[in-house]
Design a protein around this ligand. Structure first.
Ligand code: DON
Length: 308
């Protein structure tokens, strides 16, 4: 399906763009620091059409948005019981990379799959004999959800994060000590950083959102990609933990399942209505796209998107 530029959407983007000045591009992964702070683009995908504004061809890396896709795959591979024996279901008021709760909560398992500790544990559960096979399976799911087999990962961003991922290594070694994860930690960090470096554009992201919006079915082809109950679990985590320690405010102001990443992407799924993919790399202090949130806020008000 071709995505058509929408004048109305363009107007919203122009207003929201003013807020990019308030944010900062993430630079703790050095390769992300080169993004253009003033970028803002969006694609909205539903059963009949796709509309867009801004440069929707521009590629960016999934970063934490990949956590929700990896969770869907781990749940398909291992089942709910196995996954939730090792990762919790509760939101945290802490930043995404916080280590503190791992030591203070007994048993020592990460609170949810959307924070880094939980996501590392989930990636460790993906089936496959080698890390290449695991990554290949994850990419295959992304290809199915986006209907785009050209998607791969950015070697540059993956390498840049691999070289600087000391906190994620610490989280992983801690969890290995406590029996939450197993295997070689360097291999896990290699797989996780490649997972986070999977490159998409807004259109791809909107299609992923649409699959979640239609409970695991691609609304265009009618093909089931994710089982209904797993898609529901993913969407519930998006509501309760998808925007980190801003998830409560986001639920009140916007009211749709969403997942952000430090590259500036936000994936949203409006149940039975649309998938939304947006990219705006200027981030607020919690690591969410500052103009992206403003844009979603305007759209939610205008089109009554809140599910609550
Ligand atoms: O593990 C990390 O730090 C990154 N690969 C992903 C973090 C992220 O996207 C947090 N998002 N707001």
């Amino acid at each position: 399906m071709v995505c058509k530029e929408s004048e109305q959407l363009e107007e919203f983007v122009e207003i929201a763009k003013q807020f990019t000045e308030q944010g900062k591009v993430a630079n703790y992964i050095p390769a992300l620091g080169r993004a253009n702070k003033n970028d803002l683009s969006i694609a909205i995908y539903d059963k009949e059409k796709c509309i867009s504004a801004g440069d929707i061809e521009k590629k960016f890396t999934l970063q934490s948005i990949s956590k929700v896709i990896a969770l869907a795959l781990a749940l398909m591979d291992r089942g709910e019981e196995y996954v939730f024996e090792r990762v919790g279901m509760e939101p945290t008021g802490d930043p995404f990379n916080s280590i503190s709760k791992l030591e203070t909560s007994i048993p020592s398992k990460p609170l949810n799959p959307m924070i880094n500790a939980g996501a590392l544990a989930v990636t460790n559960m993906i089936n496959g004999d080698t890390k290449e096979e695991k990554l290949g399976r994850l990419l295959a799911l992304v290809h199915d959800m986006t209907n785009n087999t050209d998607i791969s990962y950015s070697e540059e961003v993956a390498h840049s994060e691999y070289e600087t991922s000391h906190l994620n290594r610490s989280l992983s070694y801690f969890m290995k000590q406590h029996g939450i994860i197993n295997g070689d930690i360097e291999e896990l960090i290699d797989l996780y950083t490649k997972q986070c470096a999977i490159e998409v554009n807004c259109l791809d992201l909107s299609r992923i959102g649409a699959v979640f919006a239609w409970d695991g079915v691609d609304p265009q082809t009618g093909r089931r990609i994710i089982p209904l109950h797993i898609s529901r679990i993913c969407k519930t985590f998006m509501v309760t933990c998808g925007m980190y320690n801003a998830s409560g405010e986001f639920a009140i102001k916007i009211g749709v399942p969403a997942k952000s990443g430090v590259s500036g992407g936000i994936l949203s799924a409006v149940p039975q209505r649309m998938g939304i993919g947006l990219f705006g790399p200027a981030l607020d202090e919690k690591g969410n796209s500052v103009a992206g949130i403003k844009l979603l806020e305007m759209l939610s008000k205008r089109y009554n998107l809140s599910m609550f």
